[in-house]
Design a protein around this ligand. Structure first.
Ligand SMILES: [Cu+2]
Length: 686
């Protein structure tokens, strides 16, 4: 039969499952007849071994997946099934996932045959949701070409890169094609160079696609302007200098030196700068590092002067003992070292440090010696504010320069430039000309320092339609404001600081311009990328001490000056109460903890400002009226603008240290050409 064979020895050869009768026959001989006997043999099917559906598969990110089962012993075909009717599996093991994310069990079965039972095995397939391509960003390759980069999206079959001269914001992704060119890319591609852009500017957006647009997710939008005058250099963030910490003291070490820095690509400009390296290798640096310290920290800052000339280093806004303050009496001669040692005794604030050498402050700051000092305290630690330095807490040292034909900085103000203050026509932020800054679509904090020699900056943000974007000012010179103040402009005279928070939530793909409304100059482009959550600015930021002006000592300071007689440079002179600065004269003696009310009167037709070392004050009147004091001027100040032919009245108290005539404190106009030409006085605290 077809079921089994049997040979003459009785050995059965099973061919397939079934029942067979085996007949044994003994042939007869001379004495016996032939005899037969039978038995029934049942042959069962065997189990198949070695059949595998394959390993479990996780993280599948495309719309179909093939996994072929292997092994088994029968001649039967392999078939597949899924435990979900949303998923189809064909006879080749190809799973059509479609748009579904989740887990499905795929069962593979090899059919049985005449000899074997069927066999099944399964594997688990986990399919990810379609993600959005994120962090779309670009690098300018040339004025009309751009290199896009993005982070991969999970679950996409492909990407579509769209670009158009109009924004995609109000267009459904299905309709992007109406206004766009697009390029289809495989999912392992995360960069694309697009060239020959002939329009004025382009929006770019990337769509991750599954099942040929059956589902899709889009990236943030970015905008690239082909206009050559635009913002080509990424904003630099001054490094935060790491202190060495020993015996509960934070020690910073800085070497002040000459170097070369490229404001313009490929052109070295001679600058002054400081960093923590003792050698003279200028790694294209300008300015000085950010120093970060906390209330109650014991701090030691060691300055090595390798400049080739004497300088000083003053902690502007810092409450310091007079002999640690770095004023004109604390000269650091070339190749010598000076150390400022103090305990931080003030509220969280954005301060700065810069030279303060008599007659040379303007030149030394102008050539690059300026850096931030950020003070933290328990309040700032606890407040829910953006505080990732350089990411959502951005220092902005705003200055301006005048480059000669060789792109060098020549500081030789004419008599008129001394009178008006030395103002450059090229604005820089953190030493970058026309920078761009990429931020997430969230709240971003900017610590703005007007680090210029002489310019007023009236900062505002505008969108591409020239519409103001409001922001909240959260801090003035030396502390948080008690409550945030919503503004569209913040006016800072030299040395003033403002911390602002701008809410870019919902602004993905948009660009904004930080503009100076004093000159109309566009200072920086802000490119808003993908969304990130951030909480609203707290309604209460701090509590400020209110000095009572009752029983206060009152003083008057009159700011004046003249162009001087005759011609030539440098003959403009400035005075406070009729006297030009004299290092050896003590102009004012204050009493520790005695509240004073100072009235600063500007009797000139040009603007001045007024700065007091080692303390803060609170402005109570402007132009003779309390109602002229803006809400954002009501916090702790150490520098205040004094408008032409006007006055400012403030309450001030020296609360930290006494000093003597060997190391007087300074008050002065912070227009550095005015300061360097006489508008400075000395005071001691007894
Ligand atoms: Cu001045």
């Amino acid at each position: 039969t077809s079921i089994a064979t049997v040979d003459q020895n009785g050995t059965i050869g099973a061919l397939k499952a079934g029942v067979v009768n085996i007949t044994a026959t003994q042939l007869g001989d001379d004495f016996y007849q032939t005899a037969s006997g039978q038995y029934t043999l049942t042959i069962n099917k065997a189990n198949q071994t070695g059949f595998s559906a394959g390993n479990d598969k996780t993280g599948v990110t495309f719309s179909s997946y093939i996994q072929v089962a292997t092994g088994g012993l029968s001649n039967g075909a392999i078939s597949y099934s899924a435990n979900s009717d949303k998923v189809n599996v064909n006879e080749n093991g190809k799973v059509d996932i479609g748009l579904n994310a989740g887990t499905v069990i795929i069962t593979a079965t090899r059919a049985g045959d005449e000899r074997y039972h069927p066999v099944s095995d399964n594997y688990t397939l986990t399919v990810l949701n379609l993600g959005a391509p994120s962090n779309l960003r670009f690098t300018k390759k040339s004025n009309n070409s751009v290199i896009l980069n993005w982070d991969t999206a999970t679950g996409a079959d492909s990407y579509q890169v769209h670009y158009a001269q109009e924004s995609f914001v109000n267009i459904e992704p299905e309709n992007y094609g109406v206004l766009t060119s697009y390029t289809m890319l495989e999912t392992n591609v995360t960069t694309l160079t697009i060239e020959n852009l002939t329009g004025a500017g382009y929006y770019f957006i990337i769509t991750a696609v599954r099942q040929n647009m059956a589902t899709h997710r889009t990236s943030n939008q970015v905008y690239f302007s082909t206009t050559p005058s635009d913002f080509n250099q990424r904003l630099k963030i001054p490094v935060e200098l790491n202190p060495s910490v020993d015996n509960n003291k934070k020690s910073f070490t800085l070497y002040i030196k000459k170097g070369q820095y490229q404001f313009y690509n490929g052109i070295n400009t001679n600058v002054f700068y400081a960093d923590s390296n003792s050698d003279n290798t200028s790694n294209n640096q300008s300015l000085m590092p950010t120093l970060r310290m906390h209330e109650n920290d014991n701090v030691q800052i060691t300055y090595h002067n390798k400049l080739g000339e004497t300088t000083t280093m003053h902690g502007h806004g810092m409450h310091l003992p007079a002999n640690q303050d770095g004023g004109p009496h604390s000269g650091i001669e070339n190749n010598t070292t000076w150390t400022a040692t103090y305990t931080v005794k003030q509220k969280a604030s954005t301060n700065w440090y810069h030279p303060h050498l008599s007659g040379k402050t303007g030149e030394h700051v102008y050539k690059g010696l300026a850096g931030m000092i950020i003070v933290d305290d328990a309040e700032s630690d606890a407040l829910d504010l953006p505080k990732r330095y350089g990411i959502d807490d951005i220092p902005l040292i705003v200055q301006n320069r005048k480059f000669n034909a060789n792109k060098q900085l020549v500081y030789s103000p004419t008599r008129m430039e001394i009178m008006q203050g030395f103002k450059g026509d090229t604005h820089i932020i953190n030493s970058v000309i026309k920078p761009f800054l990429e931020v997430k679509a969230k709240r971003i904090r900017f610590r703005i320092l007007n680090g210029s020699n002489a310019s007023l900056y009236n900062f505002g943000l505008i969108d591409t339609s020239n519409k103001d974007k409001s922001f909240q000012q959260i801090a003035s010179d030396q502390a948080f404001l008690e409550k945030p103040v919503t503004l569209t402009r913040v006016l800072l005279s030299p040395a003033e600081r403002a911390e602002i928070v701008v809410d870019f939530s919902g602004n993905s793909g948009k660009t904004f311009i930080l503009k100076d409304f004093e000159t109309g100059a566009e200072l920086m482009q802000i490119i808003v990328g993908s969304s990130e959550t951030s909480n609203a600015v707290p309604g209460t930021l701090t509590t400020l001490e209110k000095h009572s002006p009752i029983n206060a000592t009152t003083r008057n300071f009159v700011l004046s000056g003249s162009m001087g007689g005759g011609g030539g440079n440098g003959s403009a002179r400035f005075t406070i109460n009729g006297k030009s600065f004299d290092m050896s004269r003590i102009d004012t003696t204050m009493t520790l903890n005695q509240t004073e009310v100072w009235t600063i009167t500007n009797n000139m037709r040009i603007v001045h400002n007024f700065h007091i070392h080692a303390t803060h004050f609170r402005v109570i009147e402007r132009g003779g009226s309390a109602s002229n004091v803006a809400d954002n001027e009501k916090g702790y100040k150490d520098t205040v603008r004094v408008d032409p032919n006007s006055s400012v009245k403030f309450v001030v108290k020296m609360i930290d240290y006494t000093n003597n005539s060997n190391n007087p404190y300074m008050y002065h106009c912070h227009i550095l050409e005015h300061e360097d030409n006489g508008m400075m006085g000395t005071f001691i605290v007894e």
